[in-house]
Design a protein around this ligand. Sequence first.
Ligand SMILES: *Cc1c(COP(=O)(O)O)cnc(C)c1O
Length: 370
Amino acid sequence: MISLIDLKRQYQNISQEILDSVKEVFESGQYILGTKVAEFEKKCAEYLNVNHAIGVGNGTDALVIALESVGIGKGDEVITTPFTFFATAEAIVRVGARPVFVDIDPLSYNIDPDKIEEKITERTKAIIPVHIFGHVCDMKKIVQIAKKYNLYIIEDACQAFGAEFEGKKAGTIGDVGCFSFFPTKNLGGFGDGGLIVTDSDEIASKARMLRQHGSKKKYFNEMIGFNSRLDEVQAAILLVKLKYIDSWNRRRIEIAQKFSQELKLDGLVTPKKCNSFEFGHIYHLYILQHEKRENLMEYLAQKGIATGIYYPVPLHLTKALSFLGYKEGDFEIAEKLCKKSFAIPMFPELTDEEIEYITTSINQFGGSLQ
Ligand SMILES: *Cc1c(COP(=O)(O)O)cnc(C)c1O
């Protein structure tokens, strides 16, 4: 069986380095916010070319803390996409604000910048563009809109570590960027982890306080915060993995190019890269569309090829967000994509033989189950 992502292969390639790094933590006796987290934050800030990087417990907390750090709360509206992982909207609701959805662009699958302005009201405080599947949003247009209406941009870059737009790394184009190190993300730990990045001293200082019970100095709490710190052990692992991120992203791009060149099945829609930057799409996931998705997925399962659906339900139709009052038909492009798209295996360690097996299997699909 070729799985969607095989994390064990990556570990096998770098196991000694990981074990050495983790051992240093175990032997240090310093398990919360020690030298590994500090070093990882510094290395991330350098790599991303941003002033501040703050390790937090996970990507969801990164979003919640980022929103609070720029002062978003009750009564505020935040514009985002309905085609994302639930956490994007969950974080907005968690701080007391209201998610306002804007449909996606049918080619990029990212929020359609041309539909943002019509959703802006006097309560709108921020836009959360999500670089879905590692494909960077059209940040030029989004930055223009944010400037015109004086809105914050909080980038959900949870699927896009190392992706770029016009020479800047995803997550560093807006006011704040949020990353997740969930194991299956393109930069993933061996557990939960997250990161907030910003050039603003003020936002950084607030985020640093919020992750630690609202305190700069222990027991001198200045505000109500969270207990949400990047774990020292995860930082030790991520420090090793950070060295490989460019080569892994490059391999993802190479695999995606092979897939897109070789896949020829009638009616199959392959991902479209909507910018010209080398790392403008780092293919956190490789997403296809087909009218007979269910049949094709079952056929591939019989061939020993795993598939998955990202995402089966657009956020405006989830039960949890039904209180927002959206209905079916409100965001037709996102809804259609949820019905037709599916992911095939994508991870840097996929072999050329596996890539070929996957493409020939898909190309041989006869339309129904054989
Ligand atoms: C994974 C993910 C998150 C949440 O990250 P966690 O670390 O799982 O909390 C948020 N947004 C997007 C787009 C994600 O893919």
